[in-house]
Design a protein around this ligand. Structure first.
Ligand SMILES: [Zn+2]
Length: 354
């Protein structure tokens, strides 16, 4: 009976084990409990930061991103740099806006020394090339070209000028005649293409100083010659010639003395005044009819004439009168010539000082 009891107890144990086993297999949740997970985590080989220090606030990744986020650099407001004020170069005070065309003595030159020779030098040169002779004067012999019996040299001073030069050139071309332009250096610097146009049309080119300022020019022969050279360099740059014909601003009378003639001759220049004046410098604007009349009054009795006119912005009536002047001279039988060093100069009568 003792064995039976032991067997019963054994069977009971087995049966209970089986029942428990069946029960467990059917009802035990497969997911581990929190406690189990926690244990696994704490004992597992891979500790996540979160589990390692749960109390510590781990910055949100987004926050991290935000922190590291490079603040979008607002478009750099490039302060508009105020345009650098380039000091505008003021027009040189020595250069008045327009070339004075008044050849009269309203801008008197220094008075020449009283002990210089007063000997008349008219004619300046003979047509055969004999130089004038006077105490202290030493000028070379020249050879001049033959000329028609009646010849007119139209001359225009003080240009080039955009207002008048193109119009004058057009008239000369239309009339089939030539003229000579005594240009001012500072105008050449401004309008080199106009000088080029004059030259390319076959007109004569002469030198009329750089500044046209009597006070500067007539301080000394050296000062005068320096301006002639200055303008000559400009002309050479523009038309590649070095004209050797010169007209003194205001004319030689009252300006030149013997040293001026010698200085110009030594540098191989020839100086030209005029024996007929249009009178276009007598006032700021002389009516065209008056200019024509002035010329008609002076021409009779002269076979060789050099006519003074101006090529300057203000002298529009000169341009207006030009066709009539040319017409009149043609009617009087004049040919039209270009001044070159082969043309005998005409100088004012009356001596070195006038
Ligand atoms: Zn002049």
């Amino acid at each position: 009976m003792e064995i039976k009891h032991w067997q019963t107890w054994r069977i009971t144990v087995v049966a209970m084990t089986l029942l428990t086993s069946v029960y467990l297999s059917g009802c035990q949740p497969s997911a581990p409990t929190n406690a189990t997970v926690s244990t696994l985590r704490t004992t597992g080989p891979f500790q996540t930061p979160e589990s390692a220090s749960p109390g510590k606030e781990i910055p949100h990744s987004a926050e991290t991103t935000q922190e590291q986020k490079i603040e979008p650099v607002p478009e750099q407001k490039v302060e508009p740099v105020p345009e650098q004020k380039v000091e505008s170069v003021p027009e040189r005070k020595t250069e008045p806006p327009s070339v004075p065309v008044d050849e009269s003595d309203n801008n008197p030159a220094p008075t020449p020394p009283a002990d210089l020779p007063q000997t008349p030098i008219h004619p300046y040169y003979t047509l055969s090339g004999t130089p004038p002779s006077a105490p202290g004067l030493a000028m070379r012999v020249r050879v001049f070209n033959e000329e028609p019996q009646k010849i007119a040299y139209l001359t225009f001073d003080d240009g080039p000028s955009p207002e008048t030069t193109p119009r004058i050139l057009k008239i000369l071309q239309d009339e089939g005649v030539k003229a000579t332009f005594f240009v001012v250096g500072r105008q050449v610097a401004r309008y080199p293409n106009l000088l080029k146009a004059e030259y390319e049309q076959g007109e004569g080119i002469g030198n009329h100083s750089y500044s046209h300022d009597y006070r500067l020019l007539y301080r000394s022969p050296e000062a005068f010659l320096a301006e002639i050279k200055q303008t000559e360099e400009l002309m050479f740059k523009t038309i590649e010639i070095r004209p050797k014909i010169v007209r003194a601003p205001g004319g030689t009378q009252g300006h030149f003395h013997v040293d001026y003639y010698n200085a110009l001759d030594a540098a191989n220049y020839l100086i030209y005044d005029w024996n007929v004046s249009s009178g276009d410098a007598d006032a700021s604007l002389v009516p065209a009819d008056q200019l024509v009349q002035n010329i008609k009054n002076q021409v009779p009795g002269k076979d060789r004439i050099i006519i003074l006119m101006h090529d300057a912005g203000a002298k529009v009536t000169t341009v207006d009168a030009l066709p009539q002047i040319i017409q009149y001279l043609k009617e009087q039988g004049y040919s039209f010539g270009v001044i070159t060093p082969k043309v005998a100069p005409i100088l004012f009568p009356g001596g070195f000082h006038g």
